[in-house]
Design a protein around this ligand. Structure first.
Ligand code: 13P
Length: 260
């Protein structure tokens, strides 16, 4: 069982999926299905694509839902000549409460490095947003025995300059790259081992400040209703970041139920 001082968090990363009507319908279905659970027994955040953030926030607000709206990315500069980018304060304006930084698709498909990810993380915190920092190894790194080494590097660089107090608004998502969208899930023991090592890394960075005990570390990578309970039962797994299974209300709600 995870430590009860860490409330479980389940995130639904919709990625570049669902157009306006589908996004609103899914938000509405989740608001109904998770009333009485989201924000109470389990913190729940959904991450629609940029154009639909405001509409999804409005659906949730009208329903009185405690599901939080998150953004899949955000830029570190406050405003100016950065064509195509969206600032953290703009996200906040439209009802966003949380920003995802360092997702493996941003690292490995869009070419983001640790320095940029760290700048985004600071900008989000400065704007008053919560942050999920995603880390994880590629298959060749796992096979070379470098899983913890890779995670430590991404965490140390991603959290550079962050205070123990700010860590109250940061969640870590361990998302092994080889498990994302592949149907291959880390075994509960492998995921637990990686999470325990990440907790050890936090202990090293924030020595003696209790951050390792209080920070939520959630697992992502082909989590589904059928495998969620076993993963979420591990002592250092405090939730999940869900891709494919977050696009269907019943599947996502089933995972949230498993986190209760
Ligand atoms: P899948 O659940 O589709 O593997 O995606 C996980 C993920 O990338 C969540 O951010």
């Amino acid at each position: 069982m995870p430590d009860p001082q860490r409330k479980p968090h389940i995130g639904g990363n919709w990625k570049m999926n669902l157009h306006a009507g589908e996004a609103a319908a899914l938000a509405e279905a989740l608001a109904d299905r998770l009333a009485g659970t989201a924000g109470d027994a389990v913190d729940v955040t959904i991450f629609p694509a940029f154009p639909y953030l405001a509409a999804v926030a409005s659906v949730l607000c009208n329903k009185g839902s405690k599901i939080v709206v998150g953004a899949q990315d955000g830029y570190f500069e406050a405003n100016g000549a950065f064509t195509g980018e969206v600032s953290m304060s703009m996200l906040k304006d439209v009802g966003v409460g949380c920003v995802l930084v360092g997702h493996s698709e941003r690292r490995h498909v869009l070419g983001e490095n640790n320095e940029l990810i760290n700048a985004k993380l600071h900008a989000a915190l400065d704007a008053g947003l919560d942050v999920i920092l995603a880390v994880g190894e590629k298959i060749e790194q796992r096979e070379a025995g470098k899983t913890d080494f890779v995670n430590y590097g991404q965490i140390c660089a991603g959290l550079a300059g962050v205070t123990a107090e700010q860590m109250q608004r940061v969640t870590i998502a361990y998302e092994p790259v080889w498990a994302i969208g592949t149907g291959k899930t880390a075994s509960p023991q492998d995921a637990q081992d990686a999470h325990a090592a990440i907790r050890g890394c936090l202990s090293g960075i924030f020595h003696g400040q209790g951050v390792n005990d209080t920070t939520r570390i959630q697992y992502g990578g082909s989590m589904k209703p059928g495998n969620a309970a076993e993963l979420l039962a591990q002592p250092d797994i405090d939730g999940g970041l869900i891709g494919g299974a977050s696009l269907k209300a019943d599947d996502f709600a089933g995972i949230v139920d498993a986190a209760k």
